[in-house]
Ligand binder design. Structure first.
Ligand SMILES: Nc1ncnc2c1ncn2[C@@H]1O[C@H](COP(=O)(O)OP(=O)(O)O)[C@@H](O)[C@H]1O
Ligand SMILES: [Mg+2]
Length: 427
């Protein structure tokens, strides 16, 4: 589990510091304040690799650069392995154009997965990607990590020469489905838990062919209208979720295989970093995804510690975690732009009850969930109510505008009427 992260003179802020919760960590903040950046740094701290350096087709996951050349840029972090917690300090060396620090591998963080906002995906497996050290020098004799661009998640990740590091969703899913073994049962379970609702369960349909020029059997999703839709034609929301489900199952199955070959045990820790977790999902799905993911990750292996770190712009995601949020093991970090600086804070998690109230909380800093025009109108009307002697004709005209603009059930309209009546302002 990652425990601590501190960045000085790197990224959008002079300093950022995080003490992570050991289970769920949420990151909120306006566009461009550093949510994805924080996830990139967390991935790097755990794996010591920048995704875009491993796979140059990526548009996300670039190496972090200092924001000033006047002072030293530093990244410090700590995480726990099965046995110990170790702190690690790194600083940016301009001559080497690299982050360096004490040589030697840090503790083993377990299995690390990172779903980036551009649809690319990285996996770091302690059995397949761990590096050796000899005489204090890191020797990278294994693959540094599995980094997929969005297409490779589906069509496979090529290795050196004629090798394939991963077959990709289409071939693996079809192969698993034909075998009817454990990976397919796992995939079906994960898809079911991650479904948009109980009425619309994500379930595999029959394999199909989509063209005479495509020789692969294409997996399908059984839609509620009883049609099997080839996964390549599924909606963006479904494709996002089936890619997450596939990579979770793939990473875990391959990890178990590697453990067996090496005569080791499977890891007891999984860390999942997910950027913009709500992307492409309908509100009803947004309300389910975080609890569902925590649930499936815990189910992969009994006794596994699961840490989920996710950035979000969705008030429904915040609402959805209210029943499970536990400040002993969970944390919420919020980025704000204040006095021309980006400030990161760990905030006390309070229940707000519904998405509209979350919108006007510190997480999203809106004045209301209305359209900008109507928000301005309501503010104007509220100011009119503050006025000790408003003109009757002003009230009448505002009343007309409010009736036209707002829903008859609107809370403000109700308050407006009550106050106007009490003050005898309404005809
Ligand atoms: N690799 C990087 N090195 C240094 N700074 C970065 C890097 N990537 C992003 N940043 C900084 O972080 C800011 C926020 O970017 P990002 O994390 O993508 O925002 P968001 O909160 O919308 O996810 C950028 O404007 C830039 O200042
Ligand atoms: Mg982002």
């Amino acid at each position: 589990m990652i425990k601590y992260l501190n960045m000085v003179n790197v990224g959008p802020s002079p300093e950022m510091e995080l003490e992570f919760g050991k289970r769920l960590n949420l990151i909120t903040g306006d566009n461009g304040l550093g949510k994805s950046f924080l996830l990139d740094i967390a991935w790097w701290a755990l794996t010591r690799r920048w995704p875009a350096e491993i796979n140059t087709a990526l548009t996300a996951g670039k190496k972090a650069l200092p924001n000033t050349y006047e002072e030293e840029a530093k990244i410090s972090f700590s995480f726990t392995s099965k046995t110990k917690e170790e702190r690690y300090d790194s600083s940016y060396l301009r001559k080497e154009q690299a982050w360096t620090g004490r040589p030697g591998r840090p503790a083993n963080p377990g299995l690390v997965l990172y779903a980036m906002s551009d649809g690319s995906f990285s996996v770091w497996d302690p059995h397949r990607n761990y590096w050796r050290t000899q005489d204090g020098i890191d020797i990278q004799d294994r693959l540094p990590a599995y980094v997929f661009n969005p297409g490779q998640v589906w069509d496979g990740l090529p290795g050196k020469g004629n090798t394939w590091l991963c077959n990709g969703l289409i071939l693996d899913w079809a192969g698993w489905q034909k075998e009817r073994g454990e990976p397919f049962s796992h995939l079906k379970e994960v898809l079911e838990v991650l479904s948009p609702s109980e009425r619309e369960l994500l379930a595999p349909g029959e394999l199909t062919r989509i063209s005479i020029d495509e020789s692969r059997d294409i997996p399908t999703i059984r839609m509620p209208y009883q049609q099997d839709v080839p996964v390549v034609h599924a909606s963006s929301g479904i494709r996002r979720i089936i890619a997450l489900a596939y990579l979770l199952v793939w990473a875990w199955e391959e990890h178990k295989q590697a453990a067996k070959q090496l005569g080791e045990t499977a890891t007891s820790q999984i860390i999942f970093l997910i950027d913009e977790i709500e992307s492409h999902l309908h509100p009803s799905w947004q309300r389910r995804i975080v609890p569902a993911l925590l649930h499936v990750m815990t189910k992969l292996n009994a006794g596994t510690n699961v840490q989920l770190i996710t950035a979000t712009h969705s008030p429904l995601i915040m609402t959805s975690v209210e029943p499970l949020f536990d400040s002993e093991q969970d944390a919420w970090f919020d980025l704000d732009f204040e006095k021309r600086k980006v400030v990161l804070r760990r905030r006390e998690f309070e229940k707000h009850g519904d998405a509209a109230t979350w919108l006007i909380s510190e997480a999203f800093d809106l004045k209301s969930g209305r359209s900008i025009e109507y928000e301005n109108l309501v503010e104007e009307a509220a100011a009119l109510l503050e006025n000790p002697n408003p003109l009757k004709k002003e009230i009448t005209s505002m009343n007309q505008k409010l009736i036209q603009a707002l829903s008859p059930k609107d809370d403000f309209l109700f308050r407006w009427r009550t106050i106007c009546n009490k003050k005898g302002l309404m005809e």
